[in-house]
Design a binder for this molecule. Structure first.
Ligand SMILES: Cc1ncc(COP(=O)(O)O)c(C=O)c1O
Length: 380
C-alpha cells in the first residue's frame, strides 16, 4: 500500500511553472481551464484585465490563430471555431435573427448550401439562394427584411470570382451586411474586407492550415460582429481545440510561399489541360489578383474517358474529398461536395462524374501535368 501522501503527490507534482521559459514556438495550452491566485485575481478576469478563465471561452492558441488571420485579412478582430462550418454558422448568427432574410449565392460550397437551405430556415431565418452572376437577379430578391448578402470570393468547383463592387453597391443602397467565404482565395490573393465585406470566413482546414491535418474555422471582420459571433461559439460549444489551433497557426506561416508556388503550378496545369484534346473544358479564373489566380483547377473530361480507369492510374494523385494540402489531390464534386444537389441542379450547374477538381500542390510543376496527362491517356 502506498502511503496517503502518494495520492496527493501523484496529482500535484509538477515543475515550477513560474520559471521563465523562452520558447521560440508558442506552447500548446492544452488545458480546459486556468488557475487563479485568489478572489482578486479571479475578479480581474471579469473586469477584462486578464484574458483566460475557461478554454471554451478563450484559450491562447485559438486566439493566436484568430489574431494572425485577422491581421492578414486586415480585420479589426477575429475568432476561431471548431470548423469552417462552425465559423460560418456563428458569423451568420451575428448578423441575422429569426424573421430576417439572407440572400446568398446559389453556387456556394455544398455544406454551406445545406446550412442555408435547411438548418437556418428551420430556425425561422429566411434564405434565398440565387445566381450572383447577374446583379439584376440579386436586386430582384431583396426583401424589406433582408439583412445579409452571403457569397464566396472564389466559388467551388467552377471558380467564379465574386464581383465585390456589385455586392458593395447593393449592400450600401439597402443597408445590408456582406459576409464572404475567402477559403479558396486566401488573403494571399484577395482581402474581401478591403472590398466592402463586413465579415470574412475561412475553412482554415484548407489553405490556412495547408497540411490536411487539422479541422478549423476562422471568422474575422468588424469587431462588434466578431464579438457577437464569439458569444455564439461559446454558447454552442463550437470553439477550436488548442492543438488544432496550434497546428493551423503553424500552417499559416508558410501560406505565402505555398500559395505562390501552388498558384504558379496551377496556372501551368491549366495551360497544359487547355492544350489537351481530351479535356472538354478547363475552369481556371483570370485576373483574380496580381499575385496569381489560385491553386484549384477544375477540368471537365471528354465523355469518352473511363473515369474509374482515370482515377486508378493517377498514381500519387489521390482522390481526397477536400483540398489545399501541399500534395496535389483530386476531388469528384458530383460524388462528394455536391452529392446532395438534385439531379436537376447538377445538370443546371454542369456537375457530373467527368468534372474533376484538382487541388494543385507544391510538387514540381511538370510532374503534376505529366501525371494527369498519362492518366487521361490511359483512360481513353
Ligand atoms: C469554401 C468552403 N467553405 C467552407 C467549408 C467548410 O469547412 P470545414 O470543412 O472546415 O467545416 C468548405 C469545406 O470544404 C469549403 O470548401
Amino acid at each position: 500500500m502506498r502511503d496517503s501522501s502518494f495520492f496527493t503527490k501523484v496529482v500535484h507534482h509538477k515543475a515550477d511553472q513560474t520559471a521563465a521559459v523562452h520558447s521560440k514556438a508558442t506552447p500548446i495550452y492544452q488545458t480546459s481551464a486556468f488557475t487563479f491566485k485568489d478572489l482578486d485575481d479571479l475578479e480581474k478576469y471579469y473586469e477584462g484585465e486578464t484574458s483566460y478563465l475557461y478554454s471554451r471561452e478563450r484559450n491562447p492558441n485559438p486566439e493566436e490563430l484568430a489574431e494572425g488571420v485577422a491581421a492578414l485579412e486586415e480585420g479589426s478582430a477575429g475568432v476561431a471555431a471548431a470548423s469552417g462550418m462552425a465559423a460560418i454558422f456563428a458569423g451568420i448568427l451575428s448578423v441575422v435573427k429569426p424573421g430576417d432574410h439572407i440572400l446568398a449565392a446559389e453556387d456556394v460550397y455544398g455544406g454551406t448550401h445545406n446550412l442555408l437551405s435547411h438548418e437556418l430556415p428551420s430556425l425561422g431565418i429566411e434564405v434565398t439562394l440565387t445566381s450572383f452572376r447577374d446583379q439584376e437577379s440579386i436586386k430582384g430578391e431583396i426583401r424589406p427584411n433582408t439583412k445579409l448578402l452571403y457569397s464566396e470570393s472564389v466559388t467551388n468547383p467552377f471558380l467564379r470570382v465574386e464581383d465585390m463592387t456589385v455586392l458593395q453597391e447593393i449592400a450600401g443602397k439597402n443597408d445590408l451586411k456582406i459576409m464572404i467565404d475567402n477559403t479558396f482565395a486566401t488573403p494571399y490573393l484577395l482581402r474581401p474586407l478591403k472590398q466592402g465585406a463586413d465579415l470574412v470566413v475561412h475553412s482554415a482546414t484548407k489553405y490556412l492550415g495547408g497540411h490536411s491535418d487539422a479541422t478549423a474555422g476562422v471568422l474575422t471582420g468588424e469587431r462588434e460582429l466578431v464579438e457577437k459571433a464569439r458569444q455564439k461559439i461559446v454558447s454552442l460549444g463550437s470553439n477550436l481545440s488548442p492543438f488544432e489551433a496550434w497546428l493551423t497557426y503553424r500552417g499559416t506561416k508558410t501560406l505565402g510561399i505555398r500559395m505562390e508556388k501552388q498558384s504558379r503550378n496551377a496556372q501551368a496545369l491549366a495551360d497544359a489541360m487547355q492544350r489537351n484534346a481530351d479535356v472538354e473544358k478547363v475552369y481556371y479564373p483570370e485576373n483574380v489578383s496580381a499575385e496569381g489566380n489560385g491553386a484549384i483547377v477544375t477540368i471537365a473530361l471528354n465523355k469518352s474517358i473511363e473515369m474509374n480507369t482515370f482515377y486508378r492510374t493517377l498514381g500519387w494523385i489521390k482522390i481526397v474529398p477536400s483540398l489545399a494540402g501541399v500534395e496535389t489531390t483530386v476531388s469528384v464534386p458530383s460524388r462528394t461536395s455536391h452529392r446532395a444537389l438534385s439531379a436537376k441542379d447538377k445538370e443546371r450547374f454542369g456537375i457530373d462524374d467527368h468534372v474533376v477538381r484538382v487541388s494543385v500542390g507544391i510538387e514540381s510543376s511538370d510532374d503534376i501535368s505529366a501525371q494527369l496527362e498519362q492518366a487521361i491517356e490511359a483512360s481513353k
